[in-house]
Design a protein around this ligand. Structure first.
Ligand code: DX5
Ligand code: ZN
Length: 217
C-alpha cells in the first residue's frame, strides 16, 4: 500500500492545527514536515516550537525532513518535540553515517535525502541501515515546483538496491507530485509520496488526497 505524506509547507500556517486535523482525517499516512534554515536551502520555514505545538493534533507519524546544515547537531531536539522519522540530506552532513546511527540509537526511524544532482551510488553502502531513502524530485527549498523527470531513473535505482539489500526500505519521493504523475512515480518504485500543493490546493484536502489515491488505480 502506497503511503501519502502531505507536506504541511503548503498548509495555512495561521490555522496549522486545523489543517493537520484535516489531513489526518483525510487519511494521510505521514505528516511531512519541511524544516529549512535559510542556509542549506534558500528559504526559511518552521522549526522546533511549531512542531511541538502541532504534536497534539495527530498521532500520525511525524516525518521530519531536515533541510539544514549539519543536521546531526539537532537530532535530540527534533526527537524531543515529537519526530518519529528524521531524514537528513546527504549533502548537508559531513558524517551522515554517524547521524543515521545516532537517530536509530534513539529508537526512531532514519532516512537519507538525495538532491536531484546527487547520484544514488553515494548511499549504496548505507541502504541496509536505513529505514527510508527520500529522492528529491525538485531542488529543495520551495513547494509548487515542477517535477524533474530524471528522478524516475533514480527511484528505479533505489528500488533495485532495496530489492538486493533492504526489502523493508521506504522509498519516498518529494517535489512536484500531483494526480497527473503520481502513478509513474509509484510504478518506478516509490512507496511513500510527499505532496504539498496537490494536497492543499483550493483548501479541498479530502478531495485532493482522494484524487491522488484514485490516480494510483
Ligand atoms: C521542498 C519540500 C517539499 C515541498 C513539496 O523543498 O521538501 O516537501 O513542500 O511541495 P510540492 O508537493 O508542492 O512540490
Ligand atoms: Zn520535503
Amino acid at each position: 500500500m502506497v503511503k501519502i505524506a502531505p507536506s504541511i509547507l503548503s498548509a495555512d500556517f495561521a490555522k496549522l492545527g486545523e489543517d493537520i486535523v484535516a489531513i489526518d482525517k483525510a487519511g494521510a499516512d505521514f505528516i511531512h514536515i519541511d524544516v529549512m534554515d535559510g542556509n542549506y536551502v534558500p528559504n526559511i520555514s518552521i522549526g522546533l516550537p511549531v512542531i511541538k505545538s502541532i504534536r497534539k493534533y495527530t498521532e500520525k507519524t511525524f516525518d521530519v525532513h531536515l533541510m539544514i546544515e549539519e543536521p546531526g547537531r539537532f537530532i535530540d531536539d527534533f526527537i524531543a518535540v515529537g519526530a518519529d522519522l528524521i531524514t537528513v540530506h546527504y549533502e548537508a552532513d559531513r558524517h551522515v553515517d554517524r547521524t543515521i546511527q545516532y537517530i536509530k540509537s534513539k529508537g526512531i526511524k532514519a532516512g537519507i535525502v538525495l538532491n536531484p544532482g546527487t547520484p544514488v551510488s553515494m548511499i549504496k553502502d548505507l541502504i541496509p541501515a536505513l529505514d527510508m531513502v527520500l529522492i528529491m524530485s525538485v531542488n529543495p527549498g520551495f513547494g509548487g515546483q515542477k517535477f524533474i523527470e530524471y528522478s524516475l531513473n533514480k527511484i528505479a535505482e533505489v528500488k533495485e538496491l532495496s530489492e538486493k539489500y533492504n526489502k523493508e526500505l521506504l522509498i519516498q519521493v518529494d517535489g512536484g507530485i500531483d494526480a497527473s504523475n503520481i502513478k509513474k512515480v509509484v510504478d518506478a518504485g516509490a512507496n511513500v509520496i510527499v505532496a504539498g500543493s496537490a494536497v492543499f490546493k483550493d483548501g479541498k484536502v479530502e478531495e485532493n488526497i482522494a484524487a491522488l489515491r484514485k490516480s494510483l488505480k
